[in-house]
Design a protein around this ligand. Structure first.
Ligand SMILES: NC(=O)c1ccc[n+]([C@@H]2O[C@H](COP(=O)([O-])OP(=O)(O)OC[C@H]3O[C@@H](n4cnc5c(N)ncnc54)[C@H](OP(=O)(O)O)[C@@H]3O)[C@@H](O)[C@H]2O)c1
Length: 330
């Protein structure tokens, strides 16, 4: 099978490339060649910027593809360009969308693909517009699209996220035995998928004609609490962990710049159903133990100097000290 990955050197797409190569597929990437981590030597790279529409469409439509996986389509314009580039030349087209199309606010837990699309972020709304255009092309012209909606993925290519922020300083705090903050009681549930596992599902779906015109969540079926997730990072580092729980609203009031992201994403329990994907890919089950995938992610962050010295930023210490010094009601 000859597969084009638009993107291909990023967090999820790196896992996809590994899974395609493991199946002995011919793998071609389209990207700008700017990523700090080069692709494996046995893949061909077509260099270009997808935002330069004419050049992108000319290069992609110059060949026939058994499958195309679009990892960097973020709005209707990207999707329209991909359709122009691929129509009549692709056997199967997979669009990487996101569970952020469902919310926040989310309409419930264990959400299936039929859940209302009530995400209010620009990111989620633009993904919905891209997905809709592709589904329309399927309905009107038989465009062979499948839409995948991953939840949060982790692995090389991206910082390991914590609940209250995206910088890597929390790993340094853990290494130094400092306490870390968590919002609420730490028992909000979330789904954490290793990008290598995600890559396996993207590769496994290719060529399944029954999936044309369909949407699939791609998530770890076992949800974990944020306390468990932060604990997995401590296990990967082989250190003890001390978590200080503070209500979300208190954190936001103490530092809106640092913590207001909680309102938009990780402050909510988010669980999405894995059932539809399990029906078409019964053998797909995330295999990588969480401590292993987290350790791999931290190793990549170390390699790229993405773990800053936490001593240089005392906000977290100040918040923890303030909370600990509050008068206690007995
Ligand atoms: N990670 C998550 O938790 C998560 C969850 C849900 C959905 N998603 C979706 O996953 C996708 C991201 O996939 P990823 O993790 O593999 O990506 P990524 O880590 O953001 O990497 C982006 C890839 O695209 C290439 N690229 C970026 N801009 C480009 C452009 N203008 N033209 C050509 N190539 C370009 C990059 O290489 P160059 O820089 O060399 O061009 C790189 O290969 C997005 O669609 C996102 O919405 C992610």
């Amino acid at each position: 099978m000859k597969v084009l990955v638009i993107g291909g050197t990023g967090n999820i797409s790196r896992g996809i490339v590994a899974a395609l190569l493991a199946r002995n597929y011919e793998v071609v990437l389209f990207n700008r060649g700017q990523h700090a981590d080069p692709p494996p030597s046995d893949v061909r790279v077509i260099k270009g910027d997808r935002q330069h529409r004419d050049d992108f469409e000319a290069k992609v439509s110059a060949e026939n593809w058994d499958a195309v996986i679009d990892m960097i389509s973020f709005n209707a314009e990207d999707a329209a360009s991909a359709i122009r580039a691929c129509q009549g030349r692709v056997g199967h087209f997979v669009q990487c969308s996101t569970v952020m199309t469902y919310g926040p606010p989310f309409s419930g837990i264990n959400l299936p693909e039929t859940a209302p699309l009530q995400g209010t972020s620009g990111y989620g709304l633009n993904k919905v517009a891209a997905d809709n255009l592709l589904l329309e092309a399927h309905a009107n012209d038989g465009f062979p699209v499948t839409i995948f909606k991953p939840s949060y993925t982790h692995g090389p290519g991206m910082n390991l996220l914590r609940q209250v922020g995206g910088d890597g300083g929390w790993i340094d705090r853990l290494r130094k035995g400092k306490p870390i903050l968590s919002a609420g009681d730490g028992l909000n549930y979330f789904q954490f998928l290793a990008s290598r596992d995600a890559g396996d599902a993207f590769a496994a779906i290719l060529g399944k004609t029954e999936c044309f015109g369909e949407i699939y969540n791609i998530v770890h079926p076992q949800a974990r609490t944020w306390d468990e997730w932060h604990g997995a990072a401590a296990s990967a580092l082989d250190v003890d962990i001390e978590i200080v729980h503070v209500s979300q609203e208190t954190l936001i009031a103490m530092s809106p710049e640092r913590f207001s992201g909680l309102r938009g994403n990780f402050g909510h329990t988010q669980i999405f159903s894995h059932n539809k994907l399990a029906q078409v890919l019964p053998d797909f089950c995330p295999q990588i133990p969480v401590t292993e995938s987290v350790a791999e992610n931290i190793e990549w962050m170390d390699k790229h100097n993405l773990i800053p010295n936490s001593d240089a930023d005392d906000l977290e210490d100040r918040v923890i000290e303030t909370i600990r010094n509050l008068p206690r009601i007995r």
